[in-house]
Design a protein around this ligand. Sequence first.
Ligand SMILES: NC(=O)C1=CN([C@@H]2O[C@H](COP(=O)(O)OP(=O)(O)OC[C@H]3O[C@@H](n4cnc5c(N)ncnc54)[C@H](OP(=O)(O)O)[C@@H]3O)[C@@H](O)[C@H]2O)C=CC1
Ligand SMILES: O=CCS(=O)(=O)O
Length: 251
Amino acid sequence: MPIAMITGATSGFGRAAARRFAADGWSLILTGRRSERLEALEQELSDNVEVLTLTLDVRDAEAVARAVEALPDEFRGVTCLVNNAGLALAPQPAQEVDLADWHTMIDTNVTGLVNVTHAMLPRLIATGAGASIINLGSVAGSWPYPGGHVYGATKAFVEQFSYNLRCDLKGTGVRVTDISPGMAETEFTLVRTKGDQAASDELYRGTTPLQAEDIAEQIFHVATLPAHININRLEVMPTRQTWSPFTIDRD
Ligand SMILES: NC(=O)C1=CN([C@@H]2O[C@H](COP(=O)(O)OP(=O)(O)OC[C@H]3O[C@@H](n4cnc5c(N)ncnc54)[C@H](OP(=O)(O)O)[C@@H]3O)[C@@H](O)[C@H]2O)C=CC1
Ligand SMILES: O=CCS(=O)(=O)O
């Protein structure tokens, strides 16, 4: 059975993707920091598929490298890496945020993604044709909005890193895709607002956001395309989300 490694499998897109891959019998390497959630997911899925859970903070390059190095033989032949772990913080204007929140976003969305990719590249190249790296970018990486500041910039990094990886992986068979969702109802806004459930509920109220399962389906689709097809970037929005016009500061 093919193997998917999913970072940030304790919630949202990552957990839904784990369930989607499991439904088709894939073996799973599931990572995240909250071990109790990993254990619950392992319990849920392991009757039907092989599951290995790794409690891992993607920001810790050494821990990531050690965990990948120590993968048991039956989990070494990874077919698909889903670089999903990530977060936004500090929705207020740039001039009002704590520097620490900017650092956390860069450390997680940029450094963390790079840490996991670096550790996993030899495994994916060994798998060769049909292997894929699926990076979770965001519409925020392409479209500016107030309060997007460093979050959007980290996702712009994900897009360009994905394209550049493709160049270097030419000839290895390893595909690279940036999946960039728009508004999706997960724990994302709860994290962004540091636990403000009312603010999270308000954002999604009266509209129809994407659900985690919608993006999980896209991830699974991209991972299971014939080996000669590479989707470079997939931007996915809810039908009820579009762009705003430019704004003008007037006297
Ligand atoms: N929801 C949305 O509107 C959109 C989200 N995205 C992106 O999709 C990805 C998933 O987000 P989503 O599912 O919505 O959000 P959730 O908050 O529901 O899930 C985020 C996941 O990332 C993990 N994570 C966060 N920090 C770390 C870390 N340092 N080390 C390891 N794992 C970490 C969390 O696990 P744990 O806390 O257990 O470590 C959790 O499993 C993110 O990269 C996000 O930026 C992109 C576009 C839209
Ligand atoms: O990445 C998340 C989607 S949004 O909040 O930037 O629209």
